[in-house]
Ligand binder design. Structure first.
Ligand code: SF4
Ligand code: SF4
Length: 364
């Protein structure tokens, strides 16, 4: 195997002291207790592949994909190892050498055919046609085709607030392919199609409800393209609005999605919104903000290993259910993964996206 990408990170890998601090936080390691699931295990595997010391057999491929890209190991790592860069590079090398998990091959095929990872052929219609406007809302594939209520509630909020906004004739942002390890050339076309559509409408600020899409625009679009509009999470935009909310007599807690939390440090605005709700009692989970536990769905894990994603999510739901009646988050993918987790433990807690709750309480 050529290992062209991981070879560039050889010094980074050699910096790992194998101290094992990453073991205390890795959601995958917590789930299966296998050393290759944790950051240092992946560093060893990736280094072995780079040097040609190990073969990229099925067990190695499986382990390299046992990572949600949650970034908690990087937070904990005293040597500041760029674990996610190493994981992404190893995935890229494996794909280059012809190794891809079947679930990920299906996603790639779906995107090639339909421009969304779910393979949906029917265009999602939310009753708002693209038009010229300064504010745009990028829905993302999960809220467009799976948790459509999040898109509907977000659109409803913007309408109630009298915001002149537009939807985009969007295609998949490319986040899934990027995290699976597809080469940038396979993602360029999607990036360019989205940017062309956005620029054509004269958008100055683009809002997101999906943590993964926003992270992709903020980090990867800026590396590989250029754009001159602002990008913001819906919670950041809403936290600055004058919201008149009905009271809610419930205990509410918040799950930080890794992609806007640890990756982008958006911690305050979702909490500000929840604390604006009259009579609601906001309670914080022990592991929150920078040390938030992962929902288990990211990095292609939900598709490749749904049982592990479900178990990881169930732990987060259990923690929330011990202190709150409502588990709120701000990403469609986290919502659906946390709900999947609760199917396993049937905890007495309702999970929803922050836009659903705010819209339900927002008076017109
Ligand atoms: S915490 Fe960092 S240095 Fe320590 S074993 Fe994990 S990756 Fe290596
Ligand atoms: S990014 Fe998260 S899932 Fe991946 S190795 Fe680090 S802690 Fe584990």
């Amino acid at each position: 195997m050529e290992a062209e990408r991981t070879k560039k990170l050889e010094m980074e890998m050699l910096t790992c002291t194998f101290c094992g601090f990453c073991k205390s936080v890795c959601p995958y390691f917590e789930d299966n207790q296998w050393e290759p699931a944790v950051a240092r295990g992946k560093v060893i595997l990736a280094y072995g592949l780079t040097r040609g010391d190990i073969e990229p057999d099925d067990s190695v491929v499986k382990r390299i994909y046992q990572c949600t890209t949650c970034k908690d190991c990087e937070r904990r790592c005293p040597s500041n190892i760029k674990v996610i860069e190493i994981v992404k590079a190893a995935r890229g090398d494996l794909i280059e050498a012809g190794h891809m998990l079947p679930a990920h091959s299906k996603i790639v095929e779906n995107i090639e055919k339909t421009k969304n990872p779910y393979g949906e052929t029917k265009k999602a219609d939310f009753g708002v046609s693209p038009k010229e406007a300064e504010i745009g809302y990028f829905i993302g594939c999960t809220a467009r085709y799976r948790t459509t209520e999040i898109a509907e509630h977000s659109i409803s909020i913007l309408k109630k607030l009298g915001i002149d906004f537009t939807l985009i004739d969007e295609v998949c942002c490319g986040s899934t392919l990027h995290r699976i390890g597809l080469p940038q050339k396979d993602i360029d076309e999607m990036m360019n199609a989205n940017l062309e559509g956005i620029k054509k409408l004269g958008i100055k600020k683009l809002l997101f409800t999906c943590a993964g899409c926003l992270h992709m625009f903020k980090e990867e679009y800026t590396k590989h393209t250029s754009y001159d509009f602002e990008v913001e999470h819906m919670t950041q935009f809403l936290a600055r609005q004058d919201l008149k909310l009905k009271p809610l007599k419930k205990r509410v807690t918040y799950h930080d999605p890794c992609h806007i939390g640890r990756h982008m440090k958006i911690y305050d605005e979702p909490r500000m919104l929840l604390k604006m709700i009259p009579e609601a009692e906001y309670v914080e989970m022990g592991d929150s903000k920078e040390s938030s536990r992962c929902c288990g769905g990211g990095g292609g894990v939900r598709a490749a290993d749904p049982a592990a994603a479900q178990r990881i999510a169930s732990r987060r739901v259990k923690t929330a259910s011990e202190i709150a009646d409502l588990l709120i988050t701000s990403c469609p993918f986290c919502v659906s993964t946390l709900k999947l987790g609760n199917e396993l433990i049937k905890a007495d807690i309702e999970t929803m996206d922050i836009t659903e709750l705010i819209d339900d309480l927002l008076t017109v």
